[in-house]
Every structure is written in structure tokens, then in C-alpha cells.
Design a protein around this ligand. Structure first.
Ligand code: H79
Length: 430
């Protein structure tokens, strides 16, 4: 009886601890930095890139572990140039990079001591690309987040299997807690050997949503090693204690256009949405359905109006180069941000909730009205009080506004229109 109540007490203490996560001051500062910077580069790169058929190829083609392992000797990215990758991100106006350290195939893109299923031991390339990228990010002043898959189609201790990876032909059995120890040990390597890490972007928990992942243990280890590192997880649910930001995949926050986002509700943490340029995360040589630069810029603007960051993906080729269709679009985004970045960076979602015509952003003393899709000369906003002046951004040409009962009218003559985003800067009474 006494043992039982002690156990209950300990369990309660554990859950109270989990509930009462108090982010460190440097973590809160990092959250603010994150929201102020709004735009990041997602990179999906691994042995799967060799087949040019996306990062799910092992699962989709029902490959066994033994078959899949034969890809590693073919992964030799001789043209990988981390300086060029980081410079490309910067030229797009991106402020951070989120890199796939390990995807669902379990392959480690760094020199891990936990197994041989990694870029140093299993490929002819033999170099630690996470280290190369981390050093270059530091040199060029861009922050590095680590994507890390909790789901693992390769490790035999990832057992029982979840909803995916059933053709891998691993021996049945295996100890899930041992797998979690392995995962935590790999994360410890990443958080101790690669300098300051801006955050960890978890994915794949949705594969076994009801397993006990001992999140508290993993999250508190990360925060103990690097208090400023932001923890987030793409589990499609409301945030768990110990998480510092919330992400949405291929969806603006709260828009349930993807079936798997059905249960996601928006919490109070900084938000991020991620998407692809064509339809693929990992390199797909056949997918030529590229979004236009205009669409991508408008998505960034809509995300900012939703108070969310935009993490835009590239899937580099197996030789380490980046296809020209991606480069061209990233340069167009960078050129747009060079002119208009003041209305995106350092802002928060504005006073008018996102609409079909566009969004608003705000910063001290300013509201920016981003008109993305509106055919008429006059746009009616819900009435905004305290407008002291209105002009086009950039350029500064005066914009007429009028206060009427229930609305603020903004006049946008044809000559003032920008086909991507017509921005009106409002001076607001503080
Ligand atoms: O890394 C990229 C993708 O590989 C990964 N997340 C991005 C960032 C990703 N994995 N899965 N998905 C995206 C969406 C797919 C969900 C599904 Fe399912 C997996 C549909 C069916 C199997 C999860 C499990 C939802 C239903 C069952």
C-alpha cells in the first residue's frame, strides 16, 4: 500500500514537472528572435536523394533495410559546397536553415558513434556534412536548426512498428526504450559537438502517436545542453510541455487543408509553416510542378499576416548541387525582400485577421496592409482607429483613406498596384 502511494506520488511529481516547463530567459529571447526573422530554408538531403524520388522512397517502394543500405555507397556529393548553400539562403532573405540530420530512413548525416549507418562510415564521401554546414552557418551569421526524425525505419529497436515502414524486413522484437536511448544519445552528440544549435525540429511522432515517447526526458536534455535551443515537433497536435514553437506542414496555421493536420489546434507559442517549391521534400527528378515566385512570396506574406514564419524547402541533388529552378525562385524572393523586408521582418500579425484579399502585419507605430488579390479600386477594412498617415510602400506615394461607419476605406488606383503585393503603410497613433 505504502509502495503504491509512493509510486503514485512519484508519477504525479513527474507529470507536474512536465506540465511546469519554464523556458529559460535565453529561450524566451530566442523565441523573439525566431518571430522577428520570419523566413528560413528547409533542406531535405540524404541517401534517398540518390534515387531522385523523394525522401519516402524506402517506404513507397517497399524496400528492405538490406536493399536500402545499398544506396549509401552511391551517395558521394563531391560538389557539396556549404558556403554556396548558406550564401543561397542568405541571398533569398532567409535567416535560418533547418537541416535533416536524420530522416525516417534513420541515416545520420553526421559522424555518429552510435552506429555505422551514417555519412562518414557508410558512404565514399566520408565527411561530416552537419559539421561542414554548422561551421559555414556560423561563419556567415545564419542560425542552424536540426530536423530529426523520431520515426526510424532502420533501427531494429524501433518496435513495435507504427503506421509506416512495414516492408523493411527487420527482425521482430526490439526494445522501444532502447531505441529512445539511442535517439537521445544521437541528439546529445548533435547538441554538444556542433556549436550553438538554434532548435530541434522533430518529425515522425505521428507514426506511433500513442506510444510513450518519454518526451520530457528528450526535451529536458536538449534544454539542459542548450537552453536557447527551440524545441518543436510536427506531431499535428496541440503543443506538449517542453516545446517552444509550433509548426504546421503545408498549411497556414489552423487551415486544415491537409488531412493529417485535422487535429492540430493553434497554441500560444511562436508559429511556423513549411512547404515545398515543387511537391517534393527530398530531391525528385520528375516533379516539375514548381510554384511561381509570386506564389511563394505571397505565401511568405500570408504566413507573416498569420503571425507565422515560413520555412521553405529545397531538396538538393545527390551530387550536392541545387537545381536552377530552386535557385531562380529563391533569388526572386530575396530581391522582393530586399525592397519590402521592413514590412515582414520584425513584425507580428496585424490588427485585421487574414482575409482572402490579403493580410496585415504590424510593428511599433505601423500597420502594413498587404493587398495580394483584390480587383477593385477601393478596399474596405474593418474600421481601424488612430490612422495618422497612409502611403505606398516602398516609394511613399500618398494613399487616400476614409473612415466610414464600420469600415476604413483604402483607395488603390490602378497605377499604384503591384501584381505580387500592393503594400500600404499606415502610421498609427501609439
Ligand atoms: O520531412 C517531410 C516529410 O517527409 C514528412 N514531414 C515533412 C516535413 C512527412 N511525413 N509524412 N508526412 C509528411 C505526411 C504523411 C502522413 C502520412 Fe500518415 C503517413 C499519411 C499516411 C502515412 C500519418 C500516419 C498520417 C496518417 C498516418
Amino acid at each position: 500500500m505504502r509502495m503504491k502511494s509512493l509510486a503514485l506520488l512519484l508519477a504525479l511529481a513527474g507529470s507536474v514537472r512536465a506540465q511546469s516547463y519554464r523556458p529559460a530567459p535565453e529561450n524566451l529571447a530566442a523565441r523573439q528572435w525566431f518571430e522577428d526573422n520570419r523566413f528560413g530554408m528547409f533542406i531535405h538531403w540524404g541517401v534517398y536523394s540518390v534515387l531522385g524520388d523523394g525522401e519516402w522512397v524506402m517506404n513507397n517502394r517497399q524496400m528492405t533495410v538490406a536493399e536500402y543500405e545499398r544506396l549509401a555507397p552511391r551517395f558521394d556529393p563531391e560538389q557539396f559546397d556549404p558556403a554556396a548553400w548558406v550564401a543561397l539562403a542568405k541571398s533569398a532573405g532567409m535567416r535560418y536553415i533547418t537541416f535533416t540530420t536524420k530522416h525516417h530512413d534513420g541515416f545520420a548525416m553526421w559522424r555518429t558513434s552510435r552506429n555505422h549507418w551514417n555519412i562518414v562510415d557508410a558512404t565514399p564521401y566520408r565527411k561530416d556534412v552537419v559539421k561542414m554546414l554548422a561551421e559555414e552557418c556560423r561563419r556567415q551569421g545564419i542560425k542552424l536548426f536540426l530536423y530529426h526524425s523520431q520515426l526510424d525505419w532502420h533501427n531494429p529497436d524501433y518496435f513495435p512498428l507504427g503506421q509506416t515502414g512495414h516492408a523493411s524486413d527487420r527482425p521482430p522484437g526490439g526494445d522501444f526504450n532502447k531505441y529512445l536511448d539511442f535517439m537521445n544519445a544521437q541528439l546529445r552528440e548533435l547538441l554538444t559537438g556542433y556549436g550553438p544549435i538554434a532548435g530541434v525540429w522533430f518529425d515522425g511522432m505521428w507514426d506511433k502517436p500513442d506510444a510513450d515517447w518519454h518526451l520530457e526526458k528528450t526535451y529536458s536534455m536538449i534544454h539542459a545542453l542548450q537552453p536557447a535551443a527551440l524545441v518543436g515537433s510536427n506531431h499535428h497536435r496541440a503543443p506538449y510541455p517542453g516545446e517552444d514553437f509550433q509548426m504546421f506542414e503545408k498549411d497556414l496555421p489552423g487551415q486544415h487543408t491537409q488531412e493529417f493536420n485535422g487535429t492540430s489546434t493553434i497554441g500560444s507559442l511562436p508559429l511556423e509553416t513549411c512547404d515545398t517549391i515543387n511537391g517534393a521534400w527530398g530531391y525528385n527528378s520528375k516533379d516539375t510542378h514548381f510554384k511561381s515566385s509570386r506564389e511563394l512570396i505571397q505565401y511568405l506574406v500570408r504566413a507573416a499576416g498569420d503571425n507565422a514564419n515560413f520555412l521553405l524547402n529545397i531538396g538538393p541533388k545527390p551530387d550536392g548541387t541545387i537545381q536552377p529552378e530552386f535557385v531562380e525562385r529563391l533569388h526572386a524572393m530575396g530581391a522582393w525582400l530586399a525592397r519590402n523586408g521592413d514590412t515582414i521582418y520584425g513584425t507580428r500579425g496585424g490588427p485585421v485577421p487574414p482575409r482572402n484579399w490579403g493580410v496585415t502585419t504590424r510593428k511599433a507605430g505601423k500597420v502594413y496592409v498587404h493587398v495580394l488579390d483584390w480587383p477593385d479600386e477601393v478596399l474596405a477594412l474593418p474600421r481601424l482607429e488612430g490612422i495618422r498617415g497612409a502611403r505606398l510602400f516602398p516609394g511613399g506615394a500618398k494613399v487616400e483613406t476614409a473612415q466610414v461607419p464600420g469600415a476604413t476605406l483604402v483607395r488603390l488606383p490602378a497605377g499604384a498596384r503591384d501584381p505580387v503585393d500592393t503594400i500600404v503603410e499606415l502610421d498609427m497613433a501609439e
